[in-house]
Design a protein. Sequence first.
Length: 258
Amino acid sequence: MFADWERLSVLKIKEIVLASPREYWTEICEELKLDSRKGVQKMGLHLEKRLADLAKEKARLRKLQEKEDILRKAGYSYVGGIDEVGRGPLAGPVVAACVILPEGLFLPGLNDSKKLTAGQREILEQRIKKEAVAWSVGLVNHKEIDILNIYESTRLAMLKAVRTLTVKPDYLLIDAMNIKINIPQKSIIHGDSRCAAIAAASIIAKTYRDRIMEIMDPLYPVYGFKENKGYGTARHVEALKLYGPSRVHHRSFLHNIC
């Protein structure tokens, strides 16, 4: 690509490397490793490691997309992945998301939302919303959860998510559940770590629900919703014993607490 790196300063080489498209990285790193300067050689080795990490991540994501790829080859154009969050908390809604990803989308870091930091989820959330063929969210509130039970509430949230998609899916991959809808579907245990579309749905559902609980925090400050998101942490349980439940708690979950 560039035959005379020796004539450039280390700082200039760094600028060129940072600005270079990935397509040139292999050629660049081989040339940098031959430079007489240790600093430039180190840059080449660092770039080589980045290439290796990128190849490993691409292989992981290809495996994560295998189930959607198989379904596309079978003739299904819009494969929706569904996941939920909120079955375990003592307060707040259960939220489900449905996401249809385009074929071959490369989203570095895509994974089960539970394996990601809040910052990583927020970055991926924006990319998913931008790149997805379609995405949607379904919510069932605390009152409905007490009436229906958490299992049926989760199924209802999933149905709401599917029904509000702007593009109708022709196949559904669902994390460990089935729903009553006239669309072919498959339940996948640990689907959020085994299927790209379900992983994307887990991120959308998690970030959406977390924001709801953060909004609730100043309304019910004693429970620590901003930190615990409604889950039964020690502080949360202690607050329930001292103050009793708020309006957004699940009364059906609290028999042995207050």
